[in-house]
Design a protein around this ligand. Structure first.
Ligand code: ADP
Length: 214
């Protein structure tokens, strides 16, 4: 015990619009030995892990947003209902984001630290976030990787994946940066349309990763 590598793995910031294939790319990178973490997944867990946050949500938007266990204790937040509120209201979304971002960032820091304790600590890890640039999280990343696919394909994929209406997907897209904005900021862009081959692009990306930035 007590073997603590002094260097933390460097961060690949992975982003892309909803349905572009970010999570798919994260899983492929994990198969190539680069472990990944998802801000979306962490954002889902954050309400379960932080009673103070649940209380604040209830105080701000109503206790009917709370999910309770059989004993009546609140254990989670109805994120669908909360989403209906905040995605119609930019001020509400900003207020919620301000609460959530530090908690999600702390969850990532904990996860990244845990990677240093693995038997073979990775040199790189993936931090996936739909709003990597919008949130300023890209500043913590050594390299940023953007995934793109045609908008019509993205909509169809999300409708199939989540069983939601096309209009709801379009609404989400309108809250995020455009492909053009992300591409302008990202170090690398992968194309994940149905006519594109993803694997060779991912291999080229991994081969191009800097090796001398420690
Ligand atoms: P994101 O994380 O960017 O929202 P996902 O990786 O979850 O996107 O991909 C959205 C859906 O589309 C998933 O069901 C996934 O399996 C599927 N998908 C991803 N890439 C492709 C592709 N190249 N062709 C067809 N379906 C894809």
């Amino acid at each position: 015990m007590g073997e603590f590598p002094t260097t933390h793995p460097r961060i690949i910031g992975l982003t892309g619009g909803i349905g572009s294939g970010k999570s798919t790319v994260r899983r492929v990178l994990a198969a190539f030995g680069v472990p990944g973490w998802s801000a979306d997944d962490a954002g889902r867990a954050v309400y379960r892990n932080h009673p103070d946050l649940r209380r604040w949500v209830a105080d701000t938007w109503g206790a009917d947003l709370l999910i309770r266990d059989d004993a009546g204790h609140d254990v989670d937040v109805d994120r669908g209902a909360l989403g209906h509120i905040v995605f119609q209201n930019p001020a509400a979304l900003a207020a919620l984001s301000k609460r959530i971002h530090p908690l999600v960032a702390a969850a990532f820091a904990t996860w990244r630290l845990a990677q240093t304790q693995r038997e073979a600590p990775p040199t790189w890890v993936v931090r996936e976030a739909a709003i990597l640039f919008e949130s300023g999280t890209d500043r913590d990343c050594t390299v940023t990787l953007n995934v793109e696919a045609p908008e019509s394909e993205r909509i169809e994929r999300v409708v199939r994946r989540d069983g939601v209406a096309r209009e709801a997907v379009r609404h989400r897209m309108n809250q995020q940066w455009t492909d053009l904005q992300r591409r302008g900021r990202a170090d690398w862009t992968l194309h994940n349309g149905m006519r594109d081959e993803l694997l060779p692009q991912i291999e080229a990306f991994l081969e191009g990763l800097p090796v001398d930035t420690l």
